[in-house]
Design a protein around this ligand. Structure first.
Ligand code: FAD
Length: 321
């Protein structure tokens, strides 16, 4: 049986996040020969509908309301429930982002469905679809098949390749009017901490520093390497606890989970809680003075040395490319 699948297009600062396109690719597998319907929720988001269609959505439904300008779980769940009531989907796919992690359990509970969260791969399609997700901090993988009811999954960013963009694709864009009421919170203003460009959870390259970086200034060579590689800077909790950097950079069990193409770990020992956030990266390079450091057990390439010598050398070499 082919399925109708709803995919939430996640918008940040007026643009669609990449994970939205990865979610469409995942939804295609779940739908079989069915229909993939993009959902856009916000204040003024309809202008992004075409981009979802060009990336594989068959059509798009928008819900626009001034109270949806900023994400609140109350507002977005009212909007998304209205879409499910109209569309009666057999499946829903979200990104496993901060928004997706907050909204999906609330919706699953309202829709009386299960939830397969943090999916990193999908085998088969339609009724034979099998979701693969890491468990025990990435030490094992679980295969999950949903036998009945609504299929609801969140997918980890950077794991499922998006479909090739096709600018000639076209599809219907419709809107639903929802009276967003009884909000327990209304966000008046968002004050963002300044970040250095690339979004850590979606970055293709992450240069992460640990306690071995030794100070806030010690992060400067890592930032330079990340800039040259078009990547983002991350950190271990050791570095965050020592006040060398902000907690928004923390990677691991109690921080962000990242799966970049290249993860460079500098001055990080490789505690199990750190590995939980990065061990699924495609290529891991570890730089550590201690040849016995645990990080070398998960590294594809290990450099035993002082990061303050190795990182500038790497930066200079990459600049030549
Ligand atoms: P250290 O363990 O101190 O390692 C520093 C490393 O730097 C050493 O291996 C050393 O050889 C190397 N080094 C020193 N100088 C240099 C140099 N000049 N050049 C090269 N190498 C050098 N940790 C996380 O990262 N993320 C989490 O989400 C997280 N969650 C946790 C949750 C719980 C409940 C608990 C209990 C712990 C958690 N931790 C987490 C902490 C974790 O256990 C470790 O304490 C932490 O990861 C250690 O950080 P580190 O590797 O930077 O520091």
């Amino acid at each position: 049986m082919s399925k109708k699948v709803l995919v939430l297009g996640e918008v940040r600062e007026g643009s669609l996040r990449n994970v939205s396109f990865e979610a469409i690719a995942a939804a295609k597998k779940v739908s079989g020969s069915g229909e993939v319907v993009g959902v856009l929720i916000g204040d003024a988001v309809a202008n992004l509908a075409q981009e979802l269609i060009q990336n594989g959505a068959d059509r798009v439904v928008t819900v626009e309301h001034p109270h949806l300008k900023q994400y609140t779980s109350d507002g977005f769940s009212q909007a998304f429930i209205a879409v499910t009531e109209q569309e009666q989907p057999e499946a829903i796919v979200f990104g496993h982002t901060a928004l997706g992690k907050d909204l999906s359990p609330k919706l699953a509970s309202k829709l009386q469905s299960g939830l397969v969260s943090d999916v990193t791969d999908i085998e088969g399609e339609d009724d034979a679809v099998v979701f693969i997700r890491p468990i025990y901090s990435g030490k094992a993988f679980e295969k999950v098949q949903v036998k009945e009811g609504l299929v609801f999954a969140t997918i980890r960013p950077n794991n499922i390749a998006p479909l090739a963009k096709d600018e000639s694709r076209s599809g219907d864009v419709s809107s639903i009017s929802v009276d967003i009421t009884n909000l327990r919170t209304i966000i008046k203003e968002v004050v963002r901490k300044s970040t250095d460009g690339v979004d850590l959870s979606e970055a293709k390259v992450v240069v992460a520093g640990g306690r071995g970086v030794k100070s806030e200034d010690g992060f400067a060579p890592l930032k330079e390497l990340a800039n040259v590689l078009g990547g983002a800077v991350g950190a271990s909790r050791g570095a965050c606890d020592a006040d060398y950097c902000d907690y928004s950079l923390q990677i691991g069990q109690t921080g962000k989970v990242v799966t970049p193409d290249l993860y460079i770990a500098a001055g990080i020992s490789g505690a199990i809680q750190h590995l939980a956030g990065m061990s699924n990266s495609k290529v891991i390079v570890a730089i550590n003075k201690d040849p016995e450091a645990n990080i070398f057990k998960v590294a594809d390439y290990g450099i035993v040395g002082d990061l303050f010598e190795v990182i500038p050398m790497l930066t200079e070499e990459f600049k030549k490319l």
